[in-house]
Design a protein around this ligand. Structure first.
Ligand code: FDA
Length: 428
């Protein structure tokens, strides 16, 4: 039976990063993964270029960008291994990168560069890696030794790191392994659910928009804030700073309002694009989302002005502030909008402005784990140390997405993988 100081289960972002650091601390490290390939999610991330961190992460106020039952849990790890630390490593490996949008950093060439970096770091630490290797069971034997049964035999170690990620994208190897191990050792779980996921709509209410697939436009989007005082609060983080909710009265009706300014994409089954992915992590079943489809224009004023000065059809006038396909589809919803703007009544124009700038619609569901970029929920942070990621079960650690810490779209989730892996690797 081979013995190691550390066995890491999961050769993804967090697992490989943790293994490399632990190996370089002269620990004997084995990484196990049931997939043939390493770090498949890194490979497909960021459109193949891996949005590997975000410069704007405010490590003192993690609740702004991370969702968790305890949004402050991630603060310690994030502040001890920051985006700047990871950027330094990327630079040390000579990987060229660029900032795309709102602090998001991407590889210039390919996510493969990042995977090679993780593998080189493992190599520098003499890390052994067994792939594909199915893990059949984990048990404690004696005082503090773990025995792990794999299809290549049983291995032992004083520490086990679970880095098996969440449930998103099962076709590239996601499983509930981490949650099962947590349950086996009596740790609590926050119910997992898909996050950063397209939302779906069906029924008659979606008919007017069904032909808009492929259309993209910048919007302001929000959810929450509409709830009655008796409705349960949104689980997860406090609302992002600067939103009306954060400025609102504590305990007020709009307390849980969450707002993003991003691009929206119409799809065949509903809505996607960064705006929807971001809001999906905060959206709860059977609640509406609200969109301003012309966020940079005061539509009421613009239409009132056009009524006096324009001879165009309302749809054509509207096409100066939203894409013409959207304008055409939109006016089909009301006979009063299918005429020249000069002939439309003030009431009809006001209704149009209100409808476009405050489009309220209730998703019927989401695309689920097959399309979700992340899994919300996971191992309950009450049963983990925020300093080391060790669980209440001594010697058993959880890092990365399997933990109930989920970031926004934009490199936040990889940074959590690096930071939690670093905290763990330095502690074992
Ligand atoms: P990760 O999922 O990376 O690794 C888990 C590993 O465990 C896998 O190798 C898997 O095979 C293995 N495993 C699972 N079950 C096992 C079992 N039973 N036995 C053995 N091994 C097992 N984030 C970001 O910050 N920027 C971005 O650009 C993107 N882009 C993006 C695109 C897409 C399409 C997706 C699906 C996701 C992203 N993400 C992202 C999210 C990011 O990929 C994710 O948060 C991290 O990969 C999580 O890292 P982990 O190491 O925790 O899990």
């Amino acid at each position: 039976m081979q013995d190691f100081d550390v066995i890491v289960i999961g050769a993804g972002a967090a697992g490989l990063f943790c293994a490399g650091i632990a190996g370089q601390r002269r620990l004997r490290v084995l990484v196990l993964d049931h997939s043939e390939k390493v770090a498949e999610k890194v490979r497909i991330s960021g459109g193949g270029r891996a949005n590997f961190t975000n410069r704007d992460i405010d490590v003192r106020q993690p609740h702004k960008h991370f969702l968790s039952e305890n949004p402050n849990f991630c603060r310690s790890a994030l502040s001890r291994y920051t985006p700047a630390d990871f950027i330094e490593l990327v630079q040390k490996h000579g990987i060229a990168f660029h900032e795309k949008h709102k602090g998001q950093l991407f590889c210039d060439r390919s996510a493969e560069d990042l995977i090679q970096m993780l593998l080189r770091e493992c190599e520098a630490g003499g890390v052994q890696r067994w792939q594909p290797c199915a893990v059949k069971g984990v048990r404690v034997s004696g005082e503090s030794t773990y025995e792990i049964d794999t299809d290549r035999g049983t291995v032992t170690s004083r520490t086990v790191v679970i880095a098996t990620g969440g449930l998103s994208i099962p076709k590239i190897g996601a499983t509930d392994f981490g949650y099962r191990i947590a349950r086996q050792f009596g740790l609590r779980l926050v119910e997992p659910r898909p996050g950063l996921v397209p939302l779906t709509f069906d029924g008659d209410g979606w008919v007017p928009y069904a032909n808009l697939a492929g259309l993209a436009l910048p919007v302001q989007i929000e959810t929450g804030g509409h709830v009655s005082p008796h409705a349960p609060p949104l689980r997860g983080s406090l609302p992002p700073e600067g939103t009306p909710s954060a400025l609102g009265r504590p305990g007020g009706k709009r307390k849980n309002l969450v707002t993003f300014h991003e691009d929206l994409l119409f799809t065949h089954r509903g809505l996607s694009g960064p705006a929807i992915l971001q809001i999906s992590s905060y959206w709860r079943d059977d609640t509406p989302i609200r969109l301003n489809l012309a966020p940079d224009v005061n539509l009421t004023e613009a239409l009132a002005r056009a009524k006096v000065t324009s001879r165009k059809l309302l749809a054509n006038e509207l096409a100066s502030v939203v894409p013409s396909r959207l304008a055409d589809a939109w006016v089909q919803q009301d006979a009063d909008w299918q005429r020249p703007v000069a002939e439309a009544t003030d009431k009809a124009l006001a209704r149009l402005a209100e409808r476009l700038s405050r489009w309220e619609i209730t998703p019927t569901g989401c695309e689920g784990y097959k399309k979700a970029e992340v899994t919300l929920g996971g191992v309950d942070t009450r049963d983990l140390s925020s300093q080391t990621m060790e669980s209440k079960q001594a010697g058993l650690y959880f890092i990365g997405e399997v933990v109930d810490v989920t970031g926004w779209l934009g490199g936040y989730n990889f940074q959590w993988a690096w930071s939690s892996a670093h905290a763990c690797a330095c502690a074992i």
